[in-house]
Design a protein around this ligand. Structure first.
Ligand code: NI
Ligand code: MN
Length: 227
C-alpha cells in the first residue's frame, strides 16, 4: 500500500491512504498559494485542525458538494453540523478508528476562533496511524511544545509542521520540533503564502539534514510525497 501526501499551498493538504481521499485544512479561495480550486477537489473525509479562516477555508462547500465527513474537535464539528455538513467530533487525546486509519487529536498551542466569531474550542494537530501502520503527524498551527517528545515516542514516519513564524513556529523552533519528534521524514508548511510568513524552506531543510536524522522534503504547492 502506498500513501500519498499532497501540499496544496499554505496548510492545505491532501492524503490518499487506504483507498480514501482525505483533505486537511482545505483553504483554496483567497489562498494566493493554492495549487487547485475548491470546486474540483475530491474528498471522502475533511480534517480541520482549528477554526481560523485559513484552515476552515472552503471546507463547508467541499463537504456539501462531495458528502465528505468533516472531522474536528467537538466545537468545530458542531459548527459544521449547523452548516449542514456530516461530522464526526473528537477531542484532544482521543482517537477513533476511521475507515482510513486510527486518528488521534493532539495538542497544539494556538487559537481556534471560527470565521463568524463562534467559539472553536482548542486547536489541534492530528496523529494518524494508517491501515498499513504508517504514523503521520500533522502538527496544525502551533508553537513549539515539549510534549512533542511524547508524540515522537510513537515512532513517526512523517511529520508535517509549520515553519512560517509570526503565527506559528518559525524555522528555529521548527528545527527544535524535529529534534523532539524524531520523524523519518519531515515536510514544512504554513510559509510563503504572504510576506509576513516568508521563509527559505531549502535553508531550513539543510539545517534539518545537518542537525537531525530526519529527511526533509521541500514541496512546491501541488507537489506530492509518496511513502
Ligand atoms: Ni491559525
Ligand atoms: Mn494558519
Amino acid at each position: 500500500m502506498t500513501n500519498k501526501l499532497t501540499w496544496f499551498g499554505h496548510a492545505a493538504l491532501g492524503l490518499e491512504t487506504g483507498g480514501c481521499q482525505l483533505l486537511i485544512d482545505p483553504f483554496f479561495s483567497g489562498n494566493p498559494a493554492a495549487a487547485t480550486t475548491a470546486d474540483k477537489i475530491a474528498a471522502d473525509f475533511i480534517l480541520v485542525t482549528h477554526g481560523h479562516g485559513d484552515h476552515v477555508g472552503d471546507a463547508v462547500a467541499i463537504a456539501k458538494r462531495t458528502g465528505a465527513l468533516v472531522i474536528s474537535n467537538f466545537e468545530i464539528a458542531t459548527w459544521f453540523e449547523k452548516q449542514g455538513c456530516k461530522t464526526h467530533a473528537q477531542h484532544l487525546g482521543g482517537g477513533y478508528k476511521h475507515p482510513f486509519g486510527y486518528l488521534k487529536l493532539t495538542l497544539a498551542l494556538h487559537g481556534s476562533g471560527l470565521p463568524d466569531g463562534s467559539y472553536g474550542g482548542n486547536p489541534a494537530g492530528f496523529l494518524l496511524t494508517t491501515n498499513d501502520a504508517k504514523k503521520i503527524y500533522l502538527a496544525g498551527d502551533t508553537g513549539l511544545f515539549g510534549d512533542m517528545k511524547l508524540i515522537g515516542e510513537e515512532g513517526l514516519d512523517l511529520a508535517v509542521i509549520p515553519i512560517g513564524d509570526n503565527y506559528t513556529m518559525g524555522p528555529d523552533d521548527a528545527l527544535r520540533a524535529v529534534k523532539l519528534l524524531t520523524p523519518r521524514h519531515v515536510i514544512p508548511i504554513h510559509f510563503g503564502t504572504w510576506d509576513l510568513i516568508a521563509q527559505d524552506p531549502n535553508a531550513w531543510a539543510s539545517r534539518v539534514q545537518k542537525e537531525t536524522s530526519a529527511q526533509a522534503h521541500v514541496l512546491k504547492p501541488g507537489d506530492s510525497f509518496a511513502f
